[in-house]
Design a binder for this molecule. Structure first.
Ligand code: AMP
Ligand code: MG
Length: 584
């Protein structure tokens, strides 16, 4: 029975989530050393981390904002800049950036949220600076940081499968780069800071709800250990911004907000695509050389295969990133090539969502009618985007390299499958490798789908129960496991799972629980949690944004305030009715 059912399950799951990307010819041994934000995803107690950072802050952080200097020198010296100035919309050619000044937000400004981890740990600043009036202006585009020459980046992209032409930073300004005391260089960017040459028909603004979501989610993803851009602060204003949130003709007045966000690089697949599409091949080489030199230290600039190695790295890392998204039930929502980073980090948070009930067809973006970017399609869409990257790189590849690039692409499915297999093995606390492991995972996911069990809490509760409790099927307090156990094959699965665990040499039940609790979060940014915080933020109560920000900084640690707020409880009945659209 087990075998028959396993085969069935694998076939079913293949059709949905696991091997949505079909097993293709495998060309090379996949390099599976993906980068993760492991340091962030720790199970340490909240207070310990805070103290550590406070101590660091006291000894060496910059005390004043005027000591904080960014630089645009490298970018300005490396790349040609748009010869035309001014924030009017136009087609831009033969450059990577346009000079563009942010437009200050109107009305009194408020600091709605700030990330101590970013301010102190990345920007070397003391948290006190965020209380200064100057900070409000510097972090929202009203004043410029020392050394800043604000730039808007020219990029293009494939949106929903089709080439969309020039897109670019339509409401974002790159302020400059900052090299911190750890020797890392970060690019500071404002989002929502006004029109640029790339604003097309947009107003250059971002509203409070989408800015709260970006701030909270990018920080939450970092602490989940998923590579991502970071957010330093969120400033809200009184500037009216008109939005038709659900594209149903109901235009409402909202308010403008600006997120100060950071990434080691904001270049995307679309940054390269636009150059190839416009025949600007010298510039394509220049951008690739810059990326390789600055961000791919293991690739020699003298290596004749450097572009191919770059491509192979992006393919591997993107596969790993998507596997990590899947491991926490994250659906990006708009996986266009302009939203896919060349550093394979999560960028451009829009209508994303964390899946609640397990469902490979979960679509976070209500504007995505066909479900192109449903959670179970993300691996396939990743492949599509990487094929677009391959096309963009074609002019710099030799004939032989083009063939090799094809083989690399053919290896993507394998890299993804290996990574996702490893991740789900560890989510179940499995050590070593046994033949039936993938059936065990697939069987569980199928039962979760049938019983609509909560993705996050099923894995978390499996991490928290003892083997004895599991054996007795005693799930009184465990709502997700209780849902799962209603499946007619649950006992069978459990039997196989417990047997598998008992075969693990040198493992104890406590060790298994400990391992599992480190990879299965108790708290993720569910839509209803974000929505509740947004409703308050819109009337200038930022307490819930702060609470969520704090709790999601320790997603693997059970916290009293989170429990009181119901963040690990069954979602409220209104949660499934919530909608998130592209409007932001
Ligand atoms: P997104 O879907 O947020 O990745 O945005 C796609 C493109 O539209 C990017 O080029 C954005 O800069 C641009 N865009 C989105 N919203 C606005 C806006 N309100 N004003 C100007 N440009 C925008
Ligand atoms: Mg975008």
């Amino acid at each position: 029975m087990w075998i028959t059912y396993s085969v069935l399950v694998v076939v079913l799951v293949r059709a949905s989530i696991f091997t949505a990307v079909h097993a293709l010819d495998f060309c090379q041994s996949p390099q599976l050393e993906c980068h993760t934000d492991d340091e962030a995803a720790s199970n340490s107690r909240p207070s310990q981390r805070t103290d550590k950072f406070r101590w660091n802050a006291n000894i060496s952080n910059l005390a004043h904002l005027n000591q904080f200097i960014v630089s645009c020198k490298t970018l300005l010296e490396t790349f040609p800049i748009d010869e035309i100035d001014g924030n009017f919309v136009r087609t831009v050619k033969r450059c990577i950036f346009s000079r563009s000044s942010p437009t200050p937000l109107k009305g009194p400004l408020r600091l709605a949220a700030v990330s101590k981890d970013v301010i102190e740990g990345i920007l070397d600043l003391h948290m006190d600076v965020t209380h200064a009036n100057d900070f409000l202006h510097l972090a929202s585009g009203g004043k410029l940081l020392a050394g800043s020459v604000p730039l808007a980046h020219r990029y293009g992209g494939h949106q929903f499968g089709y080439w969309a032409g020039q897109l670019g930073d339509g409401r974002a300004h790159l302020l400059g780069r900052y090299s911190n005391r750890k020797g890392e260089t970060w690019e500071l960017q404002l989002k929502g800071s006004g029109k640029t040459p790339y604003s097309r028909s947009g107003d250059g603004r971002a509203v409070i709800r989408s800015s709260v979501r970006e701030f909270l989610c990018s920080e939450a993803m970092h602490f989940l250990g998923v590579p991502t851009s970071r957010a330093a602060s969120l400033i809200v204003s009184e500037e009216p911004v008109m939005r038709d949130q659900f594209y149903n003709g109901n235009v409402k007045k909202e308010r403008g907000a600006v997120v100060l966000r950071l990434a080691k690089s904001w270049f995307r697949i679309g940054s390269l695509e636009i150059l190839t599409q416009s025949g600007e091949i010298d510039l394509l080489r220049k951008l690739l050389n810059f990326m390789i030199e600055e961000h791919f230290s293991s690739i020699s600039s003298e290596d004749p295969e450097k572009y191919l190695v770059f491509f192979s790295t992006v393919v591997n890392e993107t596969a790993c990133l998507i596997a990590q998204w899947m491991s926490v039930g994250f659906a990006h929502g708009v996986c266009n090539t302009d939203n896919f980073s060349l550093l394979s980090i999560t960028i451009d948070y829009g209508p994303f969502g964390f899946m609640e009930s397990y469902n490979p067809n979960f679509i976070p973006n209500t504007s995505d009618d066909e479900g192109r970017y449903r959670i179970g399609a993300q691996a396939d869409v990743g492949l599509f985007n990487l094929q677009k990257l391959q096309e963009a790189l074609r002019p710099v590849f030799t004939h032989t390299q083009q063939k090799q690039a094809k083989m690399i692409i053919n290896g993507y499915a394998n890299v993804y499958q290996k990574r996702i297999h490893q991740i789900f093995q560890s989510k179940l606390g499995l050590l070593g490798e046994e033949e039936e492991d993938s059936y065990l995972v697939a069987f569980l996911l199928k039962m979760m789908e049938d019983t609509q069990s909560d993705f996050t809490m099923t894995f978390r509760q499996l991490s928290e129960v003892s083997a004895k409790q599991l054996h007795n099927e005693n799930f009184t307090e465990l709502w997700a496991l209780s849902d799962l156990s209603s499946h007619k094959h649950f006992s069978e699965w459990l039997h196989v799972y417990l047997l598998r665990l008992t075969r693990q040499m040198n493992d104890s039940d406590l060790d298994r629980q400990h391992r599992m609790k480190n990879v299965n979060p108790r708290y993720v940014l569910r839509n209803w949690m974000a929505e509740s915080a947004i409703r308050k933020a819109e009337v200038n109560d930022f307490s819930e944004v702060e609470l969520l920000h704090h709790i999601l900084s320790f997603p693997f640690v059970t916290q009293e305030t989170a429990e009181e707020a119901g963040y690990a409880a069954r979602p409220p009945q209104w949660a499934p009715r919530l909608k998130v659209s592209c409007s932001s």
